[in-house]
Design a protein around this ligand. Structure first.
Ligand SMILES: Nc1ncnc2c1ncn2[C@@H]1O[C@H](COP(=O)(O)OP(=O)(O)OP(=O)(O)O)[C@@H](O)[C@H]1O
Ligand SMILES: [Mg+2]
Length: 466
């Protein structure tokens, strides 16, 4: 009897330890608020992180700073033939746009101008003289959860305007050695003002959390559209590619390498144009071919020089861009394999396959972008983005008009339901009440306050976030 009791206690302790170990792994990989409902995300991240680790063990030695990928290729591949309401929602507009393969600048003066005006009037213009804090926002829904942060849709209480608020946990950042990265993210968000980069409205903190208040992109991730559309027609792919070029251009002009270009980090704004978000891996003072060495990014889009742990520069972003252009036209990134090790070998050693029906100009641009030698890659010269913009595939783009958003986009997101249809129900269905406790303005637990002395921020003029 005694023995039975003892065994029962031992078993309970064992289970408790397993549970703790599992939670520890979850926390380490995905942040403190992700529990069971995010296990799907957790699982795929775990396997991708492991893939990278085992590849490196066998092939390369060196510093390993892994930010695992969210790229759910298996799920995406499987979901490709499944019809969904979201697919219908997107399809009609994007297909109409694609029917006409003429030049992009032949649309005349589109209704986009109106939309811009409408959009501007939605922007917050009323905070002068008042430093914003947690108290000024009502958190409505969880819309995203990444390796280091949760992102919420929040409403500014005084004027009901919507923002995406990225919330980071100070202790977690400390534990994952991400404090420096977060400071850089916050600094870059303040510094870069481009229509193709997500804009920061303000930043504040309590004792335990950091809050980055960003303009909200109602259309969600580009990943969402690829997942439901399989791939885009050439004209749509070219429009989106050109948007990304202008986003990278703005970063590269400030000597910043982005390092995490993937369809999950590219958002569709309510005006139908794209914006790059998530600067958690970006690095400053990087020239075209050197200035960085840390192995980080997302497996599918990693340049060979990054994987091989060589010094690298901004040209690594042009490689990832080449992978995205290929993916938009073909449905999967060029070196993709379900087997991670194989994928890394493909990236380093194999040439990509191109379908016969791909436009030779598109193929030529992609081949030059996914050139394994970064010194020979398009975009690696001092001209940087200009070299890519001058490629014949982009000859139908009027870059000036694009920059001014005077070209009709392929698709205007549906802004009803606050755009929540474009976000994963894994997130939006989550009950966030429990999260909110830790967001209170005064939170009594351990402080890492001094580390973030310069974090708080407020945009001076907030009437221009196009
Ligand atoms: N401004 C925004 N508007 C709309 N959605 C957003 C915005 N910013 C982020 N999101 C959503 O939240 C997700 C996670 O945000 P972000 O990529 O910044 O976090 P992260 O923790 O750094 O992510 P990861 O580590 O997975 O790359 C995005 O992929 C997107 O779905
Ligand atoms: Mg991200």
């Amino acid at each position: 009897m005694e023995e039975d009791k003892e065994m029962e206690i031992q078993e309970q302790l064992k289970q408790e330890r397993v549970k703790m170990a599992n939670e520890e792994t979850e926390v380490y990989l995905y942040g403190d608020n992700e529990k069971d409902s995010h296990s799907k995300v957790s699982e795929r991240r775990k396997s991708q992180g492991q893939g990278l680790a085992s590849f490196l063990k066998e092939n390369y030695m060196g510093e390993f700073s892994n930010k695992p990928s969210l790229g759910d290729r298996e799920t995406r591949a499987l979901s490709q033939d499944v019809e969904s309401p979201a697919q219908d929602m997107i399809k009609s507009d994007v297909i109409d746009y694609d029917m006409d393969l003429g030049s992009l600048d032949d649309e005349g003066e589109p209704d986009i101008v109106l939309i811009e005006e409408e959009y501007k009037s939605m922007l917050d213009n009323s905070n002068h003289g008042h430093f914003l804090s947690r108290k000024d926002f009502k958190f409505l829904k969880l819309i995203g959860s990444g390796a280091h942060a949760q992102v919420y849709l929040a409403e500014k209480i005084d004027n009901n305007k919507l923002y995406a608020v990225k919330v980071l946990d100070k202790k977690e950042l400390n534990r994952k050695k991400q404090i420096k990265g977060t400071k850089i993210e916050r600094k870059i968000l303040e510094k870069i003002k481009s229509p193709f980069i997500v804009r920061m409205h303000c930043a504040f903190q309590n004792n335990t959390k950091l809050f980055l208040v960003l303009e909200y992109c109602y259309g969600g991730e580009l990943f969402f559209y690829l997942k439901h559309m399989k791939k885009f027609k050439e004209r749509t792919a070219k429009f989106y590619a050109a948007n990304i070029v202008l986003g990278l251009k703005a970063l590269h002009e400030s000597q910043i390498v982005y390092r995490d270009l993937k369809p999950e980090n590219v958002l569709v704004n309510q005006d139908g144009y794209l914006k790059i978000t998530d600067f958690g891996l970006a690095k400053e003072n990087v020239n075209t071919t050197e200035g960085a060495q840390t192995l980080c990014g997302t497996p599918e889009y990693l340049a060979p020089e990054v994987l091989k742990n060589k010094p690298y520069g901004r040209a690594a972003d042009w490689w990832s861009f080449g992978c995205i252009v290929y993916e938009m036209l073909e449905g999967l990134p060029p070196f993709y394999s379900q087997n991670r090790d194989q994928m890394f070998k493909n990236i380093c050693n194999h040439e990509a396959d191109f379908p016969e029906d791909m436009n030779p100009q598109a193929q030529d641009l992609i081949e030059r972008l996914i050139e394994k030698d970064p010194f020979d890659r398009i975009g690696s010269s001092e001209e940087d983005a200009q070299e890519v913009m001058n490629h014949p595939w982009f000859s139908t783009i009027d870059w000036e008009k694009l920059e001014k958003k005077e070209i009709k986009p392929p698709y205007y997101p549906d802004t009803s339901e606050k755009g929540l249809n474009y976000f994963d129900t894994d997130f939006t269905d989550e009950d966030i009440k429990v999260h909110l406790r830790a967001f209170s303005p005064e939170c009594s637990s351990a402080s890492l306050g001094e580390e973030f002395d310069d974090f708080d921020y407020q945009e001076e003029e907030c009437n221009d976030t196009n």
